[in-house]
Design a protein around this ligand. Structure first.
Ligand code: ATP
Ligand code: MG
Length: 197
């Protein structure tokens, strides 16, 4: 048997396996995705999925739990396509040094998140940097988990941020841990507009 024939048989076997797995996946429901870890690419993954969703004509909503002081390329674009943004807007928590103020801001934006999570017209809700609100106990864990659990059946949710808590990982359908191998910032290169935000 020559190499070409061997390759053909191998590919055929692989195709049969993949087809069988595809046939097995029969469940239709909204997903909970958690994108966590220390590497770069968590929020960009979330926003990439929002673009997919909107590109198919579905409605999506974005809630950002940390950033907001500066301009965001994603917001500039997506608001033009009717994607509502709810932004905490207090900058990075470790800059504010104001725990009570942070909790108040987190609670305020959480009310908007809760409204999206109760509204079946949203095919996708991105909860960007939500993990920190749970890690720092800025929001009530049970309340957040229950809002996620009781969301409309066909609604998908993406949670991003480092250090996702165990309960969130357990509840999720898909969890990706983005590993940092290297990051430009560590070599002294400044964050770039149009790439980092
Ligand atoms: P991005 O928004 O680029 O997908 P991210 O959501 O994975 O990043 P965050 O922790 O939210 O990561 O980072 C926000 C900002 O910090 C971004 O400008 C990003 O480029 C930068 N950043 C991400 N990961 C690292 C890292 N490991 N070291 C230094 N800076 C980072
Ligand atoms: Mg991020």
């Amino acid at each position: 048997m020559d190499a070409q024939e061997k390759h053909k048989i191998k590919s055929q076997k692989m195709k049969e396996k993949v087809d069988a797995r595809v046939a097995q996946a029969q469940i239709e429901k909204g997903l909970l995705l958690v994108i966590t870890g220390n590497g770069k690419g968590k929020s960009t993954s979330g926003f990439g999925t929002v673009v997919r969703c909107v590109g198919h004509g579905y409605k999506a909503a974005v809630v950002q739990f940390i950033k907001g002081k500066w301009e965001s390329g994603e917001r500039n674009l997506l608001e033009q396509y009717g994607v509502p943004f709810a932004v905490m807007g207090t900058g990075f928590t470790w800059n504010t040094q104001d725990r009570a103020g942070d909790i108040e801001a987190a609670t305020r934006v959480w009310q908007q998140a809760k409204a999206f999570l109760a509204d079946p017209q949203y095919h996708l809700v991105l909860l960007d940097e939500l993990t920190y609100m749970l890690g720092y106990d800025y929001l009530d864990k049970e309340e957040v988990l229950s809002a996620l659990k009781n969301r409309p059946e066909n609604q998908s949710v993406i949670v991003t941020g480092r250090g996702a808590i165990r309960e969130l990982r357990d509840m999720a359908d898909t969890v990706s841990e983005i590993k940092e191998e290297k990051h430009a910032f560590k070599a002294g290169i400044k964050a770039r507009k149009g790439v980092d935000w």
